[in-house]
Design a protein around this ligand. Structure first.
Ligand SMILES: *[C@@H]1O[C@H](CO)[C@@H](O)[C@H](O)[C@H]1NC(C)=O
Ligand SMILES: *[C@@H]1O[C@H](CO)[C@@H](O)[C@H](O)[C@H]1NC(C)=O
Ligand SMILES: *[C@@H]1O[C@H](CO)[C@@H](O)[C@H](O)[C@H]1NC(C)=O
Length: 560
């Protein structure tokens, strides 16, 4: 056992022994069932707590305590009241949880305070369902292994539930991966049944009962940790949500010591590389398309893909197997149909999309989600089911004028339980889709004014032939520009129609109609672009019109 954890444990035991005044004494837990699942790299704890108010006053807060060495690694916590006896009746609203003041408790205990849905009056009972996920609590032991050794990890817990309340009856079961179990702490009422280790039931325990246990077992799970993951989600009102994810993944299991032999690995990958992982599985939304997976060197096409109507699965296979301490960098990207993720509500649009990585059983130490909204989006707000750090940025890409607003969400220590939906609300006026053409029009308008001033000034000075000829030329340029302007207006009208059909699409889901609209728009724009070409040639032939033709050229590029 590691030196530091021994010290932690001793401190905790000492602190508990010294605990003089139980600050939360009015509640009693009549029944506690704890289940710990350690089949992945995450220790996921679910608890059913039956709470009884044995005091004389009603209680509106409930305290959850963890030994600090677990509390420090708590990644996810949700508490929900469970209604009635049937477990299926469980309501999905969780209760608000906050890290509580220590209330005179020692530092070696973490306390979370749960606000109850309604105060629990004298004699009443309430059942709570708690889900907690911990990272980094399965410690590799030994810390360094060779290529041929199996991967052993250690879990420390307490056979008795650490609680500020007295517990009448409790039991614990630990679900181990179905593999070798090196050792486990034996206690009264300890049973190992297959891969399930059971402690208890234990009756009538005082508050702060604590009896440390250690389980040492083999884990074949991938200890894949993304040290950093940047997910960019770009919304385009032309029908697509583009997701790009950049991963820095490390194997956080026992470090590989000694030489790595690829020859050995390839000949007998099972015994000669049992602790390595060779692939990761990403479960993408259904209808994901244009999927790619690449690393520094280029596209990796050996990855496999399976898809049906409910999901799309991408098997990510790095170029080399990952052993403990080894790192890899890769990018996956995919497009999603806009209509599956963008909705309208109360005059706003909102994107409803999942927060975390689609890779199964991945822990993300630092997750940055960047939602890139269309240019001109306003009144942006975000709803998340848990606390995240929020900020806003601007992103520029070609043909952007004001740039696209980017909502940046950051969260540390993200586990698959955080893979819930977030909503980004924003206002968007269709006129913004036309901001590029409108810019051109205002450019022309300024030009007209300049021309008028120029020709007037010219007339008032003289009517001598060179400037008169110049005026005639300008008249021609102006006539051409008017034609250009009428083409621009036609484009605007076409854009409007397409936008309307996109709106219909998000309402009716009728892809065929929208596709047809898109097709007719495309062909119209193509025609207009053809009409524009000779005018453009004409404008370019005038040296005096040189400062406007690039703008028109830009526009015609935009059309094609
Ligand atoms: C990688 O794949 C993507 C999508 O299939 C493709 O657009 C890109 O050109 C490919 N790049 C290379 C270097 O092959
Ligand atoms: C977001 O999508 C999820 C999954 O489709 C759905 O359960 C949830 O109700 C949606 N949220 C909103 C606010 O529409
Ligand atoms: C669920 O619990 C989290 C804390 O774990 C809290 O931040 C969030 O607001 C809760 N969600 C709801 C809908 O109550």
């Amino acid at each position: 056992m590691k030196q530091s954890s021994v010290v932690d444990l001793l401190l905790l035991l000492l602190a508990i022994a010294l605990l003089a005044t139980p600050a939360f004494s009015d509640l009693v837990l009549s029944k506690v069932e704890r289940r710990i699942d350690v089949t992945s790299q995450i220790a996921r704890v679910t608890k059913t707590l039956k709470v009884v108010n044995s005091g004389s006053e009603s209680v509106s807060e409930f305290a959850l305590t963890f030994p600090k060495f677990l509390g420090n690694n708590l990644a996810y916590l949700s508490v929900a009241p469970s209604e009635g006896k049937g477990k299926s009746k469980r309501t999905l609203v969780n209760l608000s949880v906050r890290e509580a003041d220590q209330k005179g408790l020692p530092d070696s205990i973490s306390v979370y305070s749960v606000a109850l849905p309604k105060p629990l009056s004298k004699g009443d009972t309430l059942t709570l369902e708690v889900v907690a996920a911990f990272t980094n609590v399965l410690q590799p032991f030994p810390e360094k292994i060779t290529q041929g050794e199996i991967h052993l990890v250690m879990l420390q817990e307490s056979a008795q539930y650490l609680s500020p309340y007295a517990v009448e009856s409790q039991s614990l079961s630990i679900k181990l991966p179905n593999a070798r179990i090196e050792s486990y702490t034996k206690f009264e009422n300890t049973k190992l049944q297959g891969s399930e280790l059971k402690y208890g039931p234990y009756k009538n325990l005082q508050s702060y009962s604590y009896s440390p246990i250690v389980v040492h077992f083999e884990s074949k799970a991938a200890f894949a940790v993304a040290e950093k993951l940047v997910r960019e989600i770009e919304v385009s009102h032309w029908g697509n949500v583009q997701v790009t994810e950049n991963y820095n993944v490390v194997h956080r299991g026992a470090q590989l010591k000694g030489e790595f032999s690829r020859l050995d690995f390839q000949a007998r990958p099972n015994p000669r590389g049992a602790s390595a992982f060779r692939h990761l599985l990403a479960r993408l939304p259904p209808r994901a398309h244009s999927i790619y997976y690449r690393d520094d060197i280029g596209n990796i096409s050996t990855s496999e893909m399976k898809s049906d109507s409910k999901k799309t699965e991408l098997l990510i296979e790095p170029r080399f197997p990952l052993f403990g301490g080894w790192k890899t960098f890769f990018t996956i990207g995919y497009g999603l149909p806009l209509t599956d993720f963008l909705f309208a509500s109360e005059g706003k649009r909102f994107l409803n999309i999942s927060f975390g990585s689609p890779i199964l059983d991945l822990v993300t130490e630092k997750l940055i989600v960047q939602v890139v909204l269309p240019e001109g989006s306003k009144d942006i707000s975000v709803t998340t089911p848990f606390a995240v750090k929020q900020s806003q940025e601007i992103k520029y890409s070609h043909l952007d004028i004001a740039g696209r607003p980017v909502v940046v969400l950051e969260k540390n220590n993200v586990v698959p339980d955080h893979n819930q939906h977030i909503q980004v609300y924003y206002k968007f006026s269709n006129i913004n889709l036309l901001s590029e053409p409108l810019m051109l029009i205002s450019g022309f308008f300024i030009l007209f004014i300049t021309c008028i001033i120029y020709t007037r000034a010219d007339i008032s000075i003289s009517k001598s032939s060179p400037s008169y000829l110049a005026k005639l030329q300008w008249d021609e340029v102006l006539a051409t520009l008017q034609e250009v302007q009428s083409i621009v207006q036609k484009c605007l009208a076409t854009h409007d129609k397409l936008e309307a059909s996109l709106r219909d699409l998000s309402r009716t889901g009728d892809i065929q109609t929208c596709k047809a609209a898109r097709k007719s728009t495309d062909s119209l724009l193509k025609d207009l672009s053809k009409e524009l070409k000779p005018l453009l040639g004409f404008l370019q032939s005038f040296p005096s019109a040189s400062h406007i033709s690039p703008k028109v050229l830009n526009f015609s590029l935009y059309l094609s």
